[in-house]
Design a protein. Structure first.
Lengths: 331, 331
């Protein structure tokens, strides 16, 4: 992207985001509910967030000639679904902070945080069934229910990685379930609300591919990202023992001594910087980073390919830029 | 009911229940998911349960000429929704046992229990969107999403009864949201799957009325039920400080000394039997039990009235018996 295109892309991104934020804020303030439930279910979603999933809904819908106003309820439903999973994940992982603010269960207690997540999840299907009709509503419900089922299954795998994530294939399955399936539902929903149910499979492929590329980009940044940009210490994912794509790729390629050394550092929160650096060097040496970059490149190509054949438009340029941004980001 | 009718009613009840149980078991075993998630999401639902909500779906559908096979997916979805709320409620209330077995979080840990509830909730909308079409699917989704929203709001009120349940009207609102709204969704869903969307409001009224009567019956049994039948100690609800309909009705009717005495026993888990008995006597003296019985009678009448005008049939007799059973049960 040259500078003027980058500028255009971000200003369009902010326009979409402002539309989504306004809809979310108006909707949440219209609810007649106890103040604790309002606070707990609004806290995370109003604390920020990139809104990338709703923006996929809007931009795909726009690409296919859909009406943005008509697309906003399901775009919001998907953001609610995403935030519901974050609230419950933070309880499960006992995380204290997200997006720079305290997590919902820290502020409101575990019980109210569970309830707030459940309530947001209820609103997902309320939004869909009150704002759409007939097969359009049914298709959206099906996409969001399947994504929810997938996220839960992916999370169950992620809770026990030693049992369920043994190799590259397991990992990609888990990433699809836990992360990519909701992006898949976002892009597919964009096609549904534009009245193009015939294109749902093609736009599933867009979201699925970009979702997997997105996670692999994260994996690469977690190992060789610039800490001054990512905001995370060097080798964070090594100390946390995250079984990411580059790591899974190299585990069975090291010799015995290297493997033993690697495993003494991997998941060892007290490991010193020098050992962490040597562990990362092993991942690089055995091609883990290159493999992940090629993998990401392949999936971003698949994502771009789904857009071939559509006439040039702002929405198409926007989506191409969004794919490009997701795989080339440095934070 | 005479004996032969009682026998007929229960044998029909068991037929419905067996159909529901078979569908639930077949469906759960068809899922390709990690074993911990399967165990945690199946545990409670396979440990028993009256299946009264799915049986309302089936019997209303049958009354209106619907096909029972066609009614089973949403009947099952409603039972999943009910069990999801129980699993999460048990975490919030830190309850150790339900239906005579350990609760899900005790057996599988809080994280997996949260996830199991979320997964069941996802399946609710998966079942509806995969088994129904068009407006039928949309209506069912709307009924179940609204019930879910209501249950969360009712639960938020119930977590802080001092703030949100100050009098009889608040209490009935809370009971509607937390308990009756899912029975309302059950009877209304029965109308939808029988192709009678025109009768949804009437069958909402049936479920709403019977749901409220059901809870008030519980309230009465919790104060003056026979412990040898209810399985709960005398005055259990007094020691637990449950602000039920009979209690809320009499609170502002006692004189100052009586009120002070009552409040010294109410919610006092260590209160002796004699004091608990005197507290119950105060509720009786000021008409709390009579008021609750009349209230329940009024709501069961409303429920029966919704069935007027339908030709006599087994399904109609069954529903009338079911209403009768719910309000006259002694356990």
């Amino acid at each position: 992207m040259d500078n003027s295109q980058t500028e255009w892309f971000w200003s369009r991104y902010e326009e979409y985001r402002a539309m989504v934020n306004k809809y979310i804020e108006d909707y949440l303030s219209s609810l007649d509910i106890p103040s604790e439930l309002r606070g707990a279910s609004s806290h995370l979603i109003l604390s920020g967030g990139k809104r990338v999933r709703p923006i996929f809904v809007l931009s795909v819908s726009e690409l296919l000639g859909g009406d943005l106003e008509h697309s906003l309820p399901v775009a919001t439903a998907i953001e609610f679904l995403h935030n519901f999973t974050l609230i419950h994940d933070d309880i499960m992982d006992q995380d204290m902070f997200r997006r720079g603010v305290k997590t919902t269960h820290v502020l409101y207690g575990v019980s109210t945080a569970i309830l707030a997540g459940d309530y947001l999840f209820s609103l997902v299907f309320g939004l869909v069934s009150r704002n759409y009709r007939g097969e359009e509503a049914r298709f959206l419900t099906k996409l969001l229910a399947e994504a929810s089922e997938n996220i839960c299954i992916g999370q169950a795998m992620d809770i026990q990685p030693d049992k369920y994530v043994k190799g590259v294939d397991d990992y990609i399955k888990m990433v699809y379930l836990k992360t990519a399936s909701l992006i898949e539902a976002s892009t597919a929903s964009g096609a549904v609300v534009a009245g193009r149910i015939d294109l749902v499979d093609r736009f599933r492929e867009l979201g699925k591919s970009i979702g997997i590329a997105f996670q692999v980009a994260d994996d690469i940044l977690g190992l060789v990202g610039d800490p001054s940009k990512t905001g995370k210490p060097v080798g964070n994912d090594i100390r946390n023992g995250k079984r990411t794509l580059p790591v899974l790729y190299v585990l069975d390629k090291m010799d015995k001594d290297e493997y033993e050394f690697f495993m003494s550092v991997f998941g060892n929160e007290g490991a010193d910087d020098e050992s962490v650096k040597r562990a990362i060097d092993l991942v690089v040496k055995y091609g883990g980073i290159n493999y992940a970059r090629e993998f990401m490149g392949e999936y971003s190509r698949r994502a771009r390919d789904t857009l071939k054949g559509f006439e040039d438009s702002d929405a198409k340029s926007f989506l191409i830029n969004l794919i490009e941004f997701i795989v080339s980001r440095d934070k």
